[in-house]
Design a protein around this ligand. Structure first.
Ligand SMILES: Nc1ncnc2c1ncn2[C@@H]1O[C@H](COP(=O)(O)OP(=O)(O)OP(=O)(O)O)[C@@H](O)[C@H]1O
Length: 488
């Protein structure tokens, strides 16, 4: 499809006034295209050659609208750091509409598009820094097989936007199968709009749970909660296995379809530190890395409560009780794959726990250790692994390797097969904070090539790219733990 042939439909705006307001974007005066995502272009069924279409700069900032576009600010609320906030909604983003491709409907959401009725005191803008971070993170998580929103484009401007410093405004077209958050249901529940809530439950069911067609409102609400619980469990298991800390797991940042949603002060772990807090506004560690499964369950409780007009307490409880076993199962599966274990055994959890303890005590780089483990073939000394581990923990490493050797001996595959699958499971390229920072600084100076290179590497994070070896390094001491705030 050519860009000029793209026509959006907009089922969400058709749901009615209870769900938000139609509102025009406030475009940039002098927009320029910073990057267009070739993978997402294809996903949407747009011809690859259209990547060079000059219209993207205008389309990516609302200066020109896609055919059929009906920019719409969605109303939602949510629990932020455990406290209910009734004043949320799309304060700087607009749902433009959706494109259907191969039976899937992709919504386009323009972030940074100016003020809306839900902006409160905000300027409705996003800055280049946070836009790049969101753009790259969506690709990084997708590349690792973890559900996430993605982005189609980044458009920059010369418009000054005041944050801690003066920065430049940018916009991003976010793409997801749904932008509905837990907070949408909380809003309709706390404002006692149960009929509208039923409409939204029906809408999610129609799109994602076709088997629920014809069921009662209560049955549909329960099916939706089961679906969201399962998806959220898989999601958080993926984060824990790949070392991703979200940083702001408020219920307005929780997607009903289990996508990673809203990238603020997130970080991938460098050293394995389960207590890691990536958000410097999180003084109590509510959203620390190791707290994520518990916090996601807390959020699911908030969602369940919001559905209590339709579902009995017993059924809600039953749904939520599935969460912990679902997380354990999904996490164990991912960790077995990371360890190169095809067969499931009872002692695997202990093997994994022992390793994580070793990595933590050693302050070892999480991603690099697993990548090195893929090349391990029982050699002594296990030099590449020893180099990942602190001197004081070398005996513990030896002990763990003996355990691992015995375990590998019970696998059916040989080294070559294990090496191949482990290299396709343990990424070589990680979106480390210092890399994102490097790319942002280049972009702020007008050089977008590092951004495009890193985006490409993250889209195929398991492949070797010898010409880009430096992007696969662990950070220097000075690049670790760059503190980030929510300001975006
Ligand atoms: N610059 C801003 N102008 C207006 N509203 C804003 C601005 N920044 C954040 N908000 C609003 O504050 C609330 C919380 O913001 P948060 O940072 O969680 O979301 P966001 O990054 O703006 O958007 P999303 O969750 O869609 O990714 C939301 O209602 C959001 O729309």
């Amino acid at each position: 499809m050519k860009l000029s042939e793209v026509t959006l439909s907009h089922h969400y705006a058709d749901l009615g006034d209870a769900f938000g307001r139609q509102i025009a974007p406030t475009p940039f005066a002098h927009p320029h295209l910073i990057d267009i995502n070739p993978v997402v272009i294809q996903l949407l069924g747009i011809n690859s050659a259209e990547a060079s279409n000059p219209d993207w700069a205008k389309l990516g900032c609302g200066a020109k609208l896609f055919n059929g576009s009906r920019p719409f600010a969605m109303k939602y609320t949510g629990h932020q750091f455990g406290v209910y906030n009734p004043d949320l909604g799309d304060g700087r983003a607009l749902l433009l509409g959706e494109i259907e491709k191969a039976g899937r409907r992709w919504e386009l959401h323009l972030k940074g598009a100016g003020q809306t009725p839900y902006s409160r005191f905000g300027d409705g803008r996003a800055v280049l820094r946070s836009t790049i971070r969101e753009y790259l993170a969506g690709e990084a998580l997708n590349g690792l097989g973890i559900r996430s929103t993605r982005a189609l484009s980044i458009v920059g401007s010369d418009e000054p936007v005041t944050r801690e410093h003066i920065e430049r405004g940018a916009m991003l077209i976010r793409v997801a199968e749904s932008h509905v958050r837990f907070g949408h249901f909380e809003y309709l529940f706390y404002t006692k709009q149960l009929q509208a809530q039923q409409q939204l439950i029906g809408d999610i069911c129609r799109r994602f749970l076709p088997g629920t067609h014809g069921l009662s409102a209560g049955e549909q609400a329960e099916a939706m909660l089961r679906f969201t619980t399962q998806r959220s469990a898989e999601l958080v298991a993926g984060w824990q296995a790949e070392g991703f800390a979200h940083g702001v797991l408020n219920t307005d940042n929780m997607s009903i379809i289990g996508d990673t949603f809203d990238y603020g002060p997130y970080a991938f772990l460098d050293d394995y530190d389960p207590t890691f807090i990536c958000n410097h506004s999180d003084h109590t560690g509510r959203y620390a890395f190791e707290q994520q499964p518990g916090v996601v369950l807390w959020n699911l409780n908030a969602l369940a409560h919001a559905l209590s007009g339709f579902v009995s307490v017993e059924a809600l409880r039953d749904c939520l009780e599935q969460f912990q076993p679902q997380v354990s199962h999904a996490y164990a599966e991912r960790m077995r794959a990371k360890l190169g274990l095809a067969v499931e055994e009872e002692g695997d959890q202990a093997l994994c726990a022992e390793l994580l303890q070793l990595l933590q005590q050693s302050q070892a780089d999480y991603a690099r250790f697993f990548r090195a483990l893929a090349h391990y073939r029982g050699e002594r000394p296990a030099q590449a692994l020893r180099e990942c581990i602190a001197t004081a923990q070398q005996d513990a490493l030896e002990h763990w390797l003996e355990h691992y050797d015995r375990r590998l001996a019970r696998e059916h595959s040989d080294f070559r097969a294990r090496n191949r699958t482990m290299l396709a499971t343990n990424p070589k390229y990680i979106l480390r904070n210092y890399l994102a920072q490097k790319v942002i600084e280049a972009a702020e100076g007008g050089d977008y090539q590092p951004l495009r290179t890193l985006r490409q590497l993250l889209q195929t994070p398991f492949d070797e790219h010898p010409q880009h070896e430096t992007w696969a390094c662990a950070p220097p001491e000075s690049g670790k733990r760059i503190p980030l705030s929510c300001s975006s």
